[in-house]
Design a protein around this ligand. Sequence first.
Ligand code: FES
Length: 358
Amino acid sequence: MALPRLRTVVLASSAALLTRRALKRRIARSPLWPLPALPEPISGHSKRRATAVRKLLVTGRTVVAEGVVQLRLEGPGLPPWSPGAHLDLVLPSGLVRQFSLCGDPADTGAYTVATRLVADGRGGSREVHEQLQEGLEVEVRGPRNRFPLAEAPGYVFVVGGIGITPVLPMLRALAASGAEWRLLYGGRSRASMPFLEEIEKLGADGDRVTVVAQDEAGHPDIAGALADLAPGAAVYCCGPEPLMDAVAAALPAGHPLHLERFSAATDDTARTGPFEVELHRSGRTVRVAAGQSVLAAVREEVPYVAYSCEQGFCGTCQQRVLEGEIDHRDELLTEDERGDSMLICVSRCRGERLVLDL
Ligand code: FES
């Protein structure tokens, strides 16, 4: 009698153990358990996030203008980059921020970035200024380039303040190649404008650089800078949003405009709402309030959803859209990608409802 009972006990405890393991696996696979884990998700697995992460050592920290620090980040086997590229820095708190590379692409042992302290910003620049000291290791991703220097018969750059960082390597390359270029560089004061001395030297031949410090000369003459553009000349602009809007408005037809934003585009009309977002795989529906991002609303139901910059720069939050009319508010996705996906940190809905493959 004892043997069958023992066998029953062993079988029952084995079954319980297996059930417990299966439950643990299901919970691990599905953060929304008891809703079932779904097959390999499509959303949140964009190629952009496949960028390798590496650790670099901060080996130089220099104040290059009032409120602007430049960091030299060294490491072995760094991928090459071209003017206009940026790097993602994973800051000690876990925040991820994008910084344009402003060093020399021929320097294969280090990347150089510079950032202005934004006292009332979201904390990224403060962390760089206060915590990224020499000797510290920092995680980086990239570089990636979505602001490359295009082939053109001539170039006009309109830059505001720290927006000079992606443009500086372009100017060096153009000056070295003897290309035709001009720069209108505006800032609050000369002391607050990084790399001024080098830029004035680069443009000394041919009077190519116009510096407008607001405390001396007011606002830059954008219409004047864009008058008499040579046929086919490319116009590059990087700086605060009002500057980029002014350049776009003043640009004569027939000239390509290349923009690099340092903050998310804003448009109050696009911030209107509310609307509904159905999360198809999770079987949930969230309400996006006026002024709230889709990402913020989705995170209330799906806290694990991937995101990083929250400004439409990095592509981490890209989600596939199954239904609904998307109001794209980024400048990152290609036209193809816009057909069926969106960056949920900035983009919205033109109608009442979106369905995400999430
Ligand atoms: S979180 Fe970076 S683009 Fe949305």
